[in-house]
Design a protein around this ligand. Structure first.
Ligand code: NAD
Length: 454
């Protein structure tokens, strides 16, 4: 099939590359001409495991193309994916200007049937708005007879595992209200579901809400566990043991139960805000989700609170090593990352920060601007030299098993403040490190029967 992807960011590029990999002919369009130039030269503007190989292979084999020309994009694909950004507006609602601009462009340039697919995360009712925008643009050209369909096909990929998620989705949600569109969507996604039928067909509004409900549920689990961790700390319990205890319940399941220093990224914060706004607009306030957001705001400050508790309110002259800037591992995305809050707050109190991240240092530099308090280290160990404490913000694999003797030697004060509970408290204490995890004040568990027998 011939596909156009409007918006070549994290979602658009992965979508385009993965559909090309399945043999489709794909043109990825973006208004950002520099981004398109880089892509044409085989230089990816984002880091995502496995993506570069797929992009380069499909470019070489002639199935994946890039263009900054919107008209060319509209003419190219029978299927037009809208994958542009939907950032939060001032009142928290999703800013729809890019989605509607993309729809308008489609209406302005199309000359035959188009299936328009909303892949961006958009509030309920957006497909109707997109339909109206296209119809108005067609009418303005006197071409209202040209047929088109609009479907909702929200994306559930996770940054850091985007290619894997796209290629092997848990489910493919499609909101559709006409047969022709349903048929095309079935054919498009057939290669991704050879083992079992993953297509969840539903009405358009339910599909739009499904995406927000999924992210809101995941954010709820995170905030819930973060509050449990704070409580565990006060009560002398260990959140890691609690996590294992509840995760073994089939009704709860083990995933998304890790306490941490707050959720970030380009999706959860903005999608929670947008859903709260939509709900308020129709007079149906979401009390649980309101609390989820509030808890997360508090959680982003939890590491700095620990620093202040340990070092006092004036951090002048102190230096902190920071491991991890990306909002999660395996991505270079720092949008809404807890690391940014930590860096800014430490800097505001006079501290200096030496940060390391395997992929996100360039993005962090852009996001933080010229902040003299922060410098970037070549390696995790280089960041530690002469630092008064190590603060772990992102759980990259490379930080999971450091040489703790070396960590202690390099730090000026052997203090580790861990926002991701990466290490065993007993082990660090045995190495002479003062360890501050989240919610892990309990005594070590008793020896297992096996250990006793030995
Ligand atoms: P992004 O900011 O990385 O990319 C969006 C791109 O769209 C940019 O390159 C921008 O230049 C381009 N653009 C804007 N208006 C345009 C127009 N009119 N024509 C052509 N290009 C245009 O955003 P993203 O992270 O890929 O997210 C896109 C959408 O997908 C959002 O709604 C987001 O909520 C949703 N989503 C994101 C993820 C994720 O992990 N990033 C996951 C699922 C869903």
């Amino acid at each position: 099939m011939k596909l156009t992807i409007v918006g070549t960011g994290y979602v658009g590029l992965v979508t385009g590359a993965c559909f090309a990999e399945m043999g489709n002919d794909v043109l990825c369009v973006d208004l950002d001409a520099r981004k398109i130039e880089r892509l044409r030269a085989g230089d990816l503007p984002i880091f995502e495991p496995g993506l570069k190989e797929i992009v380069l292979r499909n470019m070489t084999e002639g199935r994946l193309h890039f263009s900054a020309d919107v008209r060319e994009g509209v003419r190219f694909g029978t299927l037009q994916f809208i994958a542009v950004g939907t950032p939060p507006g001032e009142d928290g609602s999703a800013d729809m200007q890019h989605v509607l601009a993309a729809a308008r462009a489609i209406g302005c340039h199309m000359s035959d049937y188009k299936l328009v697919i909303d892949k961006s995360t958009v509030p309920v009712g957006t497909a109707d708005a997109v339909r109206e925008e296209i119809a108005a643009a067609l009418a303005a050209r006197g071409m209202q007879k040209i047929p088109f369909s609009v479907v909702s096909n929200p994306e559930f990929l996770k940054e850091g595992a985007a290619v894997e998620d796209f290629m092997r989705p848990d489910r493919i949600v499609v909101g559709v209200d006409d047969e022709r569109a349903a048929l095309l969507m079935r054919a498009l996604y057939a290669p991704f579901q050879r083992q079992r039928d993953k297509l969840v067909l539903m009405d358009v509004r339910s599909a739009e809400l499904t995406k927000y409900a999924a992210n809101a549920m995941l954010a709820t689990r995170i905030s819930f566990m973060n509050e449990m961790a704070l409580l565990a700390e006060k009560l002398g319990a260990d959140i890691e043991q609690v996590r294992r205890g509840i995760g073994a319940d089939a009704r709860i399941g083990p995933r998304f139960l890790y306490a941490g220093c707050g959720y970030g990224g380009s999706c959860f914060p903005k999608d929670v805000k947008a859903l709260l706004r939509s709900a308020a607009d129709v007079g149906e306030p979401l009390h649980v989700l309101t609390a989820v957001e509030r808890a997360n705001e508090r959680q982003k400050h939890v590491l700095v609170d620990r620093v202040l508790r340990r070092f006092g309110p004036d951090l002048g002259g102190l230096r902190f090593a920071l491991w991890g800037l990306a909002f999660k591992p395996d991505t270079d995305d720092v949008r809404e990352a807890p690391s940014l809050v930590v860096v800014r707050e430490l800097a505001a109190r006079g501290a200096s920060i030496v940060a390391h991240d395997p992929e996100a240092m360039e993005r962090a530099r852009e996001a933080l601007g010229e902040l003299p308090a922060i410098t970037y280290a070549e390696s995790p160990t280089a960041a530690l030299e002469q630092a008064d404490a190590l603060i772990v913000v992102t759980e990259w694999k490379t930080y999971r098993a450091p040489d703790f003797e070396r960590v202690r030697e390099l730090l000026r004060q052997p203090v580790v403040i861990d926002g991701r509970n990466l290490y065993e408290p007993e082990l660090l204490r045995a190495c002479g490190i003062e360890y501050h995890p989240l919610g892990r004040n309990a005594p070590a568990p008793v020896a297992t029967p096996l250990a006793l027998a030995a």
